[in-house]
Design a protein around this ligand. Structure first.
Ligand code: GLP
Length: 238
């Protein structure tokens, strides 16, 4: 794992952006695996700014998102589909037909998303990390070889995401559809971003801990090309 420690969130967002820009410039028809959450928002802002100011184009890029809540409409303000539209897709020239966000609640929905993914080869998978070490919505204990699946969200994860639901855990969905760790590991390159002290334990377990399902992100130690971009606070326990 290549670990880049940055002074602050702005620097982290710039470093992560440089990795994406290098890929999109050298391979304009690349396939990006994308993530939601607050961690990549600064990176997405940089992509939009660069697109507007320097014309970097995403018209031939395909994207596949990691996850989505079960039981909320695509167009709900809290859906990850809406998040991606508002925080990235509407600000760049990506063709909406080339963007993919998983949706559904059944094994068939999971198999269908996995089938879509089989048609491509993800060049770069962007990830955040949950406070409990989850990647996508692969919670502690998830087998490393699992593909897209329906997840029962842990209390910890629902609490952490309650800030997007009027700070009311009862409004946070109880399930999600998520790429599996096995799906994520197929990407040629992984770029993980994390900031803040509340991520320090998860970051330590991911990088220095045993490769164990107790920390889903520790599976990345077995991936040949992982870049972790974190701020000082998230790196404070390394
Ligand atoms: C969410 C998402 C993850 C994300 C993580 C961290 O639950 N499913 O993909 O990486 O939790 O979120 P944040 O970046 O807001 O801390």
């Amino acid at each position: 794992m290549k670990v880049i420690i940055c002074e602050n969130y702005d620097e982290l967002s710039l470093k992560a952006f440089e990795v994406i820009k290098e890929l999109v410039t050298s391979k304009p028809d690349c396939v990006l695996g994308l993530a939601t959450g607050s961690s990549p928002v600064g990176l997405y802002k940089n992509m939009i700014k660069d697109h507007k100011e320097n014309g970097t184009s995403y018209k031939d890029v395909k994207s596949y998102n990691l996850d989505e809540y079960v039981g909320i409409d695509r167009n709900d303000p809290q859906s990850y589909y809406t998040f991606m539209k508002e925080n990235l897709f509407d600000g760049i020239d990506i063709d909406p037909a080339n963007t993919h966000v998983p949706y559904g609640s059944t094994a068939e929905d999971c198999a269908a998303y996995e089938k879509e993914l089989e048609k491509v080869s993800v060049d770069l998978q962007l990830l955040g990390i949950g406070q409990n070490g989850h990647i996508g919505f692969n919670e502690p204990g998830t087998p490393f070889d699992i593909l897209t699946h329906i997840v029962d969200l842990t209390e910890n994860t629902r609490q952490a995401n309650a800030r997007f639901f009027d700070d009311d855990i009862n409004k946070v969905p109880t399930q999600a559809i998520s790429m599996g760790i096995g799906t994520i590991m197929k990407a040629k390159k992984v770029l993980l971003v994390a900031n803040g002290e509340n991520k320090a334990d998860a970051v330590k377990a991911m990088i220095e801990g045993p490769v164990d399902t107790a920390c889903a992100a520790s599976a990345l130690q077995n991936h040949p090309d992982v870049t972790v971009v974190i701020d000082k606070a998230a790196a404070s326990k390394l």
